[in-house]
Design a protein around this ligand. Structure first.
Ligand code: G5P
Ligand code: MG
Length: 224
């Protein structure tokens, strides 16, 4: 497989984090940045950004573009200056989410000659998503994701690797998820068009991550 710089697009609960983990199992040294994981760490560490972000996240609202752009830009900077070479594959999950963020990302990547090479949108029926979210638990420091039926922790309530307690996300309740899904469906339209125009968008469909993952892999294998 050629190296890639991938954006995973997809509704809340569509399995972006799950597909990232599956890809890491098969793509050596794959780096990833998940904007939601970065924000949840800021909240746990009680930083000033975390305090602002927590109010937006618990209401299911996007945090302001400027805040998320500078947070992710810092992390992309670390990626490309330390471990990454032009042949290192990496992926973004959850950023960009607005057209303004997409343009800002292009402006960050272009001078480094590291533009995105592929965008894959995961399309999962909302009926399947609603069932998953209420039973999701996460380990904030690592971003590891569990689900009581799909991939339960070995010891209920505790992270498999560190043994630390798992938590439920403040935005994982029915009221907030309905709002997040509605907002996603509106916000994604200009993003889709933007990446369609760049000729790098592929959409994959399925009810489960096990069905979607081989399609993601095939898309990356086909991409040059
Ligand atoms: P996030 O953190 O980016 P979302 O809303 O985009 O959050 P989310 O909820 O993290 O996306 P996901 O990563 O797509 O979903 O899905 P996942 O966690 O892998 O899977 C969901 C659950 O289903 C898990 O429990 C998993 O185990 C289970 N599962 C997976 N596959 C299957 C399956 O096949 N079957 C079953 N039964 N279960 C399965 O953003 C959060 C907030 O941060 C802010 C916003 O406030 C946002 O709402 N934020 C930003 N704000 C502005 N701009 C940005 N760019 C922002 N990024 C984050
Ligand atoms: Mg996620």
């Amino acid at each position: 497989m050629n190296s890639f710089r991938l954006l995973l697009l997809g509704a809340p609960g569509s399995g972006k984090g799950t597909i990232t983990k599956k890809l890491k199992n098969v793509v050596p040294n794959l780096q990833s940045i998940a904007s939601g994981d970065l924000l949840r760490r800021e909240i746990q560490e009680k930083t000033s950004l975390g305090q602002i972000a927590s109010k937006y996240i618990s209401q299911g609202k996007l945090i302001p573009d400027d805040l998320i752009i500078s947070l992710v830009a810092n992390h992309i900077g670390t990626l490309s200056h330390s471990t990454a070479t032009p042949t290192t594959s990496w992926l973004l999950d959850g950023f960009p989410r607005t057209l303004r963020q997409a343009i800002a990302l292009d402006n960050i990547l272009k001078p480094r000659h590291q533009n995105l090479t592929k965008v894959i949108e995961l399309k999962v029926p909302e009926s399947a998503i609603l069932g998953r979210i209420e039973t999701r638990y996460v380990h904030i420091p690592s971003g590891r994701i569990y689900n009581l039926s799909y991939n339960p922790p070995k010891v209920p309530g505790f992270d498999d690797v560190t043994g630390e307690p798992l938590v439920k996300r403040s935005d994982d309740n029915e009221e907030t998820i309905v709002k997040r899904l509605k907002d996603y469906n509106n916000m994604v339209k200009p993003l889709r068009q933007f990446y369609k125009d760049e000729g790098i968008l592929t959409t994959v469909h399925g009810d489960t991550s096990d069905f979607i993952f081989p399609q993601v892999l095939q898309t990356l294998e086909d991409h040059v």
